[in-house]
Design a protein around this ligand. Structure first.
Ligand code: GLC
Length: 478
């Protein structure tokens, strides 16, 4: 099957979060299973994108409302990612360093809609213009949500009308919502169909994708169910579209995320030297932040936003740092400026027990997976969550709230063959109780080691999920 993935992110070319990881890995695994996947993303000014070699495979003008813009499609020369990667060059729109946010101002770009739409149009112009028609067009999140609308409604792409489209929802918090007037920027379509673009009086890119795609998928089964009562205003839509929706849990790229070979961890280790390897990495991690490596060390890695439950962390961490139990917390991430200020203050207040690194740092993230004892994820919403899967592969025990993909991938220690710590309620009490359970597990060295050995043996690689994607593609092609 020929499958084209369209996305705003693809690791290592451009990554802001888990979407990048998935789009950088799933196509590679599908190709290893005999499919033919290609990936198209915008040509941002990232270090990785700037340092590759490309062939220009297409160059033209395309309409954006009454205007035309010039674009080029460049193909990375050597397929080094395990699939052909195309980057769409649109001068004046993507020759900027930020994926979504302008790093200088900290805000989104003023022309978010024009930027995103011109990418989607250029990609479709190329798919429509080149030889051959794909079997499936696979879109990801709101940034490519207008594609299923355009292939089904725009006269310009009528040759693609019969190509099945899939939209995968990685995060339904963001919708790509704009004034309805922006619809005039789309390539000509039958205006009696404008309703397909609309949700609550706005042009809603995710809603348009959900309505027009042949198939909806979400990145875990539980998240699929949760969307019908918690999706930032799209609940009714998810309820309506249940019939064409399914949940497929993400996998991880076990070649990138392998403690045996990971070049970003200080000491490589495998199952045989797991305990020794983790201890060595813990000592290095703790030394970096002046922490005592003999006490349990709990990490948080992620965006400092409400969705991830980051606003629960200050009180939770303080309650332990002022309490009797001895524990270290290390935190890595960026997000809400108000939380940055709080963590900076705590950083000064609790030297020796707490450290916050408020930046995006892939290297430190890997060292934390290798060196921490526990990975804390108190998410309010978690479509799938990849950090718990990375953590487990590195022998780091997850402490998670029972929600979305966290619920689907972490089995509580109290269950048979359980291997993680789960809590249900989004409350300080419930989170404190979960952290206390972690501390007591750590004090029981034998059980702690047993659980570590159990989690590194679990298989969360893409194998079985990629098979489910193939089944889904086959089902819609039929
Ligand atoms: C988003 C979600 C996360 C998911 C990832 C990849 O970042 O928040 O839960 O794992 O997408 O699908």
């Amino acid at each position: 099957m020929n499958i084209i993935h369209l996305s705003a992110e693809c690791y290592p070319a451009a990554k802001a979060g888990g979407l990048g990881d998935v789009v950088g890995a799933l196509p590679k695994y599908l190709n290893q299973m005999g499919e033919h996947c290609e990936v198209i993303i915008p040509k941002y000014q990232t270090k990785w994108i700037d340092s590759q070699e490309y062939d220009i495979v297409w160059e033209a003008n395309a309409p954006l409302g009454a205007d035309y813009f010039h674009y080029k499609i460049l193909k990375e020369k050597n397929d080094i990612l395990g699939f052909p990667l195309y980057v769409v060059e649109i001068p004046g729109r993507f020759d900027r360093p930020g994926i979504y946010i302008d790093p200088w101002s900290g805000h989104g770009y003023w022309d978010e809609f024009e930027r995103s739409l011109s990418f989607q149009i250029a990609a479709l112009e190329y798919i429509n213009g080149r030889e051959g028609i794909p079997d499936v067009i696979h879109c990801h999140d709101h940034q490519t949500g207008l594609i299923p609308f355009m292939t089904s409604q725009s006269y310009r792409y009528s040759a693609l009308k019969e190509v099945p489209t899939v939209i995968t929802v990685h995060n339904a918090e963001y919708h790509g919502e704009h004034e309805m007037g922006k619809r005039f920027l789309l390539p000509e379509y039958d205006h009696s169909q404008t309703g397909l673009l609309e949700w609550n009086g706005k042009l809603n890119s995710l809603a348009a994708g959900l309505k027009c795609a042949w198939q909806i998928s979400t990145v875990s089964q539980s998240y699929m169910g949760e969307l019908a009562y918690n999706s930032n205003g799209l609940e009714f839509m998810f309820e309506l579209e249940k019939g064409k929706s399914r949940g497929i849990v993400n996998g991880i790229d076990s070649e990138v995320w392998n403690p045996k070979t990971d070049p970003l961890v200080s000491v490589n280790y495998g199952l045989r030297d797991l305990i020794k390897g983790k201890r060595a990495n813990k000592e290095i991690l703790c030394k970096q932040f002046d922490l005592d490596p003999d006490i349990p060390t709990i990490a948080f890695i992620g965006r400092l936003v409400k969705e991830k439950g980051a606003d629960l962390l200050p009180d939770l961490i303080r309650s332990f740092l002022y309490g009797e139990e001895q524990v270290n917390f290390v935190l890595l991430g960026t997000g809400d400026p108000a939380l940055h200020a709080i963590f900076e203050e705590m950083d000064n207040e609790h030297v020796g027990y707490f450290d916050a690194t408020l930046e995006y740092n892939e290297q430190l993230a890997h060292q934390m997976y290798a060196g921490a004892d526990f990975m804390l994820m108190p998410s309010r919403v978690e479509p799938c969550g990849l950090n718990q899967l990375y953590a487990m592969r590195y022998g780091t025990i997850p402490i998670v709230r029972s929600v979305g993909g966290l619920k689907d991938t972490v089995k509580d220690l109290s269950e048979e063959e359980g291997y993680g710590i789960r809590f249900d309620d989004f409350t300080l009490e419930a989170a404190k109780n979960a952290v206390s359970r972690a501390i007591s597990l750590h004090s029981d060295s034998k059980s702690h080691k047993e659980v570590m050995r159990r989690i590194v043996k679990l298989d969360f690689s893409w194998g079985s999920s990629a098979k489910e994607y193939i089944k889904m593609y086959n089902d819609i092609i039929k």
